[in-house]
Design a protein around this ligand. Structure first.
Ligand code: GDP
Ligand code: IMO
Ligand code: MG
Length: 420
């Protein structure tokens, strides 16, 4: 199975980093195909915790890592990560990836402020404004750092417009051309050696029969096209976009692994049908340590939503599921699982609503399963789970028609169960 996509199946933070780290052991190359430092992928190795935002999670295992053309890159964040982890493995940075410039961050912040109650709750890392400039054909790309003259020129052209917006529309401070140009020239010197034709590199790896992992950031329900728009990110995390995001053909992808928590969390605004009401919300947040990796915000917690997960299976073509954080559920006597949505006319549907207002109005229909109190860390395989936990996993498999092949039982790298 040479090319495997790892995709978030909910609203992000499913534990993709941990699953990529696990699969990286038997892989030769690990690529990120979209998103930027809005991502925070955690890998826990003994006493050490890595929170990775720009590099593919395979870097912790020392695997060659590719930042694909579909990503947006904040050079300051990337350099800090390279300083910390860069000597572990080779890093290849696509020349076609777009740069998150300081004005993207300023506009993201100012625009969220202006939206007030209507804010999306972004990570304020400049993601939306950067992808918007890419679509407007005004962006600055990684390859522009290869030529100091071009880089300066592009910064000058961009600033002429962005400073007007910042000052007149958003009433915030403009950027000084000389300061930005000098800063980016110094970033450029550091990063030039990493710039590569990553499409060619990945193609060659696949031709040589190597195992390539394609790591998604964010997740299906945050997808710009398929997520809960407008409360989404500005890229396409869905599996199909892995091909565009690294520059290979779609038929090169052999396997799609969806990563889902055994419950659901969401950071930022937007509808969330299975969001827990009452004290269990806080309890789950504490038990699961559900605070944003990037922003430290409280994550909203909900019961497992199989309607949303069924949708994720469909739009990604998921053929295996990694179900993480099952251990967190060990502390609940009863476990509601959302199996259908009830619509305002009283009917029930197993399918995710196609339209925004229908999704807003959807109410969860729960099947309540018994919990278990045994800790899961003594289990050696999926088959050894306590009976109630097995029933829980089997319900997921039956409802989705997809096998759970990996099961997370703790944050630590080794806390994963497979089938015996
Ligand atoms: P990602 O963005 O999808 O990589 O996920 P994050 O790293 O943002 O959030 C997942 C959190 O859950 C991290 O703190 C992980 O260390 C932790 N985690 C991952 N898998 C498990 C698991 O199976 N059990 C528990 N208790 N924690 C886990
Ligand atoms: P990982 O890769 C969870 C959310 C933000 C906000 C929306 C838009 O760690 O799973 P953006 O800054 O992208 O414009 O914000 O998307 N969001 C995430 N939520 N995990 C992430 O990444 C996220 N990246 C963005 O909270 O609701
Ligand atoms: Mg995360």
């Amino acid at each position: 199975m040479p090319a495997t996509v790892i995709v978030g199946a909910q609203w992000g933070d499913e534990g993709k980093g941990k699953i990529v780290d696990l699969l990286a052991q038997n892989s030769d190359v690990v690529c990120r195909y979209q998103g930027g430092p809005n991502a925070g992928h955690t890998i826990v190795v003994g006493e050490e915790t890595y929170k990775i935002r720009a590099l593919p999670s395979g870097i912790v295992r020392g695997k060659p890592c590719v930042i694909g053309n579909g990503c947006v890159v904040d050079l300051e964040v990337l350099i800090a990560e390279l300083d910390e982890l860069g000597d572990r493995g080779e890093v290849y940075l696509s020349g076609n990836a777009h740069l998150i410039m300081p004005w993207h961050v300023a506009i993201d912040q100012a625009s969220e402020r202006r939206l007030g109650k209507l804010a999306i709750g972004t990570t304020k890392r400049g993601i939306g404004p950067c992808y918007a400039d890419k679509a407007m054909r005004l962006g600055i790309r990684v390859q522009d750092i290869l030529d100091p003259k071009i880089l300066r020129q592009k910064i000058e052209v961009a600033l002429a417009e962005k400073n007007l917006w910042l000052e007149r529309v958003y009433e915030t401070a403009p950027f000084d051309l000389e300061t930005v140009a000098a800063q980016y020239e110094s970033y450029a010197q550091r990063l030039r050696p990493y710039v590569a034709d990553t499409s060619l590199y990945v193609d060659k790896a696949l031709r040589d029969g190597k195992e390539v992992l394609l790591e998604g950031a964010q997740a299906t329900l945050l997808d710009l096209d398929h997520g809960t728009y407008p409360f989404v990110t500005s890229s396409n995390p869905v599996a199909a976009s892995a091909a565009t995001g690294v520059g290979i053909g779609p038929r090169r992808i052999d396997r799609v692994i969806g990563v889902a928590k055994a419950y659901v969390t969401r950071v930022g605004e937007g509808p969330f049908p299975s969001e827990i009401e009452g004290p269990d919300q806080e309890r789950m947040r504490e038990l699961g340590h559900e605070y944003g990796t990037v922003t430290g915000r409280e994550r909203r917690c909900g019961w497992l939503d199989l309607v949303a997960l069924r949708y994720a299976v469909r739009v990604n073509g998921i053929d295996q599921l990694a179900l993480t954080k099952l251990d967190v559920l060990s502390h609940f006597a009863e476990l509601p699982v959302c199996v259908r949505y009830r619509t305002p006319d009283g009917s029930e549907t197993p399918d995710f609503p196609a339209h925004q207002s229908d999704f807003h109005a959807a109410a969860p229909v729960y099947q309540v399963l018994p919990g278990w109190s045994e800790p899961l860390d003594g289990c050696a395989s999926l088959e050894e789970l306590p009976e109630a936990a097995r029933t829980y996993v089997e319900l997921v498999e039956r409802e989705l028609g997809v096998e759970v092949t990996l099961l997370g039982t703790g944050a630590e790298r080794s806390s994963v169960l497979t089938r015996a």
